[in-house]
Design a protein around this ligand. Sequence first.
Ligand code: HEC
Ligand code: HEC
Length: 270
Amino acid sequence: MKKLSARRRHPLAALVVLLLALACTGGLYAVFAPADKAQADESAQTLTIEEGKKLYTVGCASCHGTGGQGTSDGPSVVGVGAAAVDFQVSTGRMPAATSQGAQVPRKKAIYNQAEIDQLAAYIASLGAGPAVPTEAQYGPEGADIAKGGELFRNNCAQCHNFTGKGGALTHGKYAPSLDGVAPKHIYEAMLTGPQNMPSFPDTTLSEQNKKDIIAYLNAVNGEETESPGGLTLGGLGPVSEGLFAWVFGLGALIAAAVWVAARTAKAKKS
Ligand code: HEC
Ligand code: HEC
């Protein structure tokens, strides 16, 4: 009898212990969680920088030096800031090809955004410089397009042409077309002044000025894609897409019908 009651009590006791344990864990978590989170953030940042250093050592150090001090093949990157790294690597200019011409060209980026962030964090850790702008800074809210046009004509058009179509400079260099350049990268170009382009720090062009210029460029480039007459490829888009849907959709239906027919025929035979 005694044995039996002991056994009966057992599952309930286990439940009580479990609940107590849960309560304790909750309490402990509440006490230690904030500290843990701050610590986790810090070690995540250290990890990002370490990962960036590894990428840098493999892909960049041959030209920019092991500590970023520069070599005869590339300038120092100490103090250029995360914005310069994000711009150069996202637009595919960096890593530069070993045999470069008059100007390092824009090309397809070879690093993904996570790797670019790591490279940027590492280089920013070598010396302070402009940070990567936020969407609030380069986004369209509160921008004045007309003011942006005026600022663009006064500060940028002499090299990039009146609507940002680009143009040749001396010694085989050129100011590229700004059509299709992401707002973030336009902001970063103004902030860091790549190659022959002067930089426009906030003292020369305020944050608001930069926002206005980006909105202006978006407006002039957007206008063009809406060209009436359907002469651009975009005008053909919906038609060809519809055709694809018909051809492939119908094709798939027919294939399915044939398959079903073949199976029923086989089933009848056997
Ligand atoms: C083959 C040599 C070479 C390699 C590899 C290379 N760079 Fe460069 N980098 C250059 C040269 C040359 C310039 C200067 C271009 C100019 O201003 O005309 C430059 C410029 C830069 C700048 C701009 C500096 C400034 O003052 O704004 C950054 C940032 C940069 N590189 C980052 C990188 C990163 C990150 C990597 C690796 C992913 C890398 N580079 C790989 C040669 C190289
Ligand atoms: C003195 C001539 C000059 C002026 C003035 C100038 N730029 Fe540039 N810009 C250049 C050159 C040269 C490059 C190419 C740099 C490179 O390839 O690294 C460039 C590159 C850029 C890019 C990068 C485009 C791309 O293909 O990734 C942007 C964006 C840009 N400029 C915007 C501006 C804006 C906005 C202004 C005015 C506030 C301006 N520039 C003023 C010469 C100029």
